[in-house]
Design a protein around this ligand. Structure first.
Ligand code: MSP
Length: 510
């Protein structure tokens, strides 16, 4: 039986059309999912849209639509965007679907029956952008939300509360025992700090909104005058999409749950969600992995509200799905913020894809054609093959370790270390000179290089799925191993290559 892996993106609010920030997380999960499938695991990759709450009602009204119509449109845009970008989610959940509403009500009732939900009065600073009450620490010196740069509204209302305080010390103890539950490490510390702060102020979590103020939500099963607070509703998507209520399906997938998010939603995921799970009698997720922000002009977080976010489909139409994906995965150090600009993008793509990889492939294939010596798998390996094999062994170990740990930039860089060493072999052995002096060695060298190119293409599949598929087909490559650690593990067919598409074009602008 294959090992199971469950990976989720946040479910995106439908008040904004998909932008680069959303694309990054979804592409990162897709890259990881593809890697895990190739590594022999059975993957369930979940994404979707978060459709309830004030924010959505306002956005729908601004476009003159009912919330339901509006959600259908924008949710559809997310779904289409992921298809166009070539992403492979196994399921797409919408919080307006019955399968989700049913589970939210079931879990609410369960927690209510256990006495962990009670009625009370609440006054606080509510940020409509965050869809939650903010603490003073979350305001800047102008009293604005640090994420949305808008003053929160002071709101007072009767609400239902979840006894989060009861579970905070339990969650803290669990996290201290296993810090890898939240990573990279800095974010685990941040969660621990937030838990302490919440324990100190003693507040529970408001989980309802009166229908007099908001109707667009999931009705509380124990009070028809209220709907569920959008975060309490949204977080449950991760279990409602996983056949909660059907233990045969649910247990095995849930035990491997990996949630990927950016740091903007660390508090709901790192604090609310685990305490909710504990109250519902569901084990806490296996891992919460957190990345930083893509920063646009003036190093501001790219977002709809700041109007500085790029359209991923527009970019992909210009440079291709793979190039966009490569840039995002290689440029950001997972966990830290990264700058997004045309110049950074052009430099990265030219350096890695056009120069390192493109050059290696282009010159190797051109020489094979020019000297009419392959691809031919029958040729004896070149003397450089032993050195290449040694580097492949290191590659495999580094690649598997860093990929498993969501260090996309290091996994990709490990492949490029090999690609650059192959270019150096070409420069050092000069096949164009060998072609005049020693055709046997020239043939051995070029065919060893084709074999090595096949290997690096196999390793680049999760991050360049379209181009690698095209080239692996072109070169008629087969492999005994998904991630070979010797040149001998790959095979390719003998053929005369006549023409081939350019792998990556150098570019001046995007
Ligand atoms: N609906 C909630 C999530 C509920 S999950 C149970 C939400 N939606 S959102 O549309 O605002 O998406 C936030 C997520 O989008 C971030 O956590 C991140 O995954 C992605 N990003 C949005 N802007 C981003 C950047 N500028 N940089 C990096 N990621 C970004 O919050």
């Amino acid at each position: 039986m294959k090992q199971k892996i469950f990976i989720t993106t946040p479910i995106y609010y439908v008040n904004a059309r998909p932008h680069i920030g959303h694309a990054y997380t979804t592409i990162a999960c897709d890259t990881w999912a593809r890697y895990q499938r190739l590594a022999g695991r059975e993957v369930f990759f979940l994404t979707g849209t978060d459709e309830h709450g004030d924010k959505i009602v306002k956005a729908a009204a601004a476009e003159g639509k009912t919330p339901a119509e509006y959600c259908d449109t924008i949710s559809g845009e997310f779904r289409t965007a992921w298809q166009k970008l070539g992403l492979t989610p196994d399921d797409f959940i919408r919080t307006t679907e019955d399968r989700h509403k049913r589970v939210v009500q079931q879990i609410l009732q369960k927690i209510y029956d256990a006495g962990d939900i009670y009625a009370g009065e609440y006054t606080g600073n509510y940020c409509f952008g965050c869809e939650r009450y903010l603490t003073d620490k979350e305001l800047n010196d102008k009293g604005e939300c640090v994420i949305h740069l808008k003053k929160p509204e002071v709101i007072s209302e009767k609400n239902y509360f979840f006894r989060m305080q009861k579970y905070l010390p339990l969650w803290k103890a669990q996290l201290l025992q296993n810090r890898s539950l939240v990573s990279p490490e800095g974010y685990c510390n941040e969660v621990l700090g937030t838990i302490d702060e919440l324990i100190k102020n003693g507040e529970d979590l408001s989980i309802s909104r009166p229908k007099t103020r908001l109707e667009w939500g999931i009705e509380l099963p124990f009070d028809k005058e209220y709907v569920t607070y959008v975060w309490f509703d949204a977080l449950i998507n991760y279990v409602s999409a996983t056949s909660y209520g059907n233990p045969q399906q649910f247990d095995a997938w849930w035990a491997t749950a990996h949630h990927m998010i950016a740091k903007d939603i660390l508090k709901p995921h790192g604090v609310y969600w685990p305490t909710m799970l504990m109250a519902a009698g569901i084990p806490v997720f296996k891992r919460l992995v957190v990345h930083g922000y893509w920063l646009g002009f003036a190093d501001q977080k790219m977002s709809k509200s700041l109007g500085n976010a790029k359209d991923p489909l527009e970019l992909a139409a210009k440079i291709g799905n793979d190039a966009l994906r490569f840039f995002l995965m290689r440029e950001m150090n997972f966990g830290s913020d990264a700058r997004f600009s045309e110049e950074i993008m052009v430099n990265r793509l030219n350096a890695n894809l056009a120069n390192d990889l493109g050059n290696l492939v282009q010159r190797t294939l051109s020489m094979l054609k020019k000297y009419e010596c392959g691809p031919n798998p029958q040729t004896a390996p070149h003397t450089s093959a032993a050195h290449i094999d040694a580097s492949l062994k290191t590659l495999k170990a580094d690649y598997l370790r860093t990929f498993d740990n969501f260090e996309f930039q290091y996994a990709i860089e490990a492949v490029f270390v090999v690609i650059r060493s192959l270019n150096k072999i070409v420069d050092d052995y000069k096949p164009w000179s060998l072609a005049k002096e020693n055709m046997t060695e020239c043939t051995a060298l070029l065919n060893t290089l084709v074999r090595a190119i096949a290997v690096v293409l196999l390793y680049l599949r999760p991050v360049l799925p379209e181009k690698t598929a095209e080239y692996l087909t072109l070169l008629k490559v087969t492999s005994q191993q998904e991630f070979p650690e010797t040149l001998a593990e790959v095979a390719f067919a003998e053929q005369k290559l006549d023409a081939w598409p350019m792998l990556f074009q150098r570019m001046e602008t995007v």
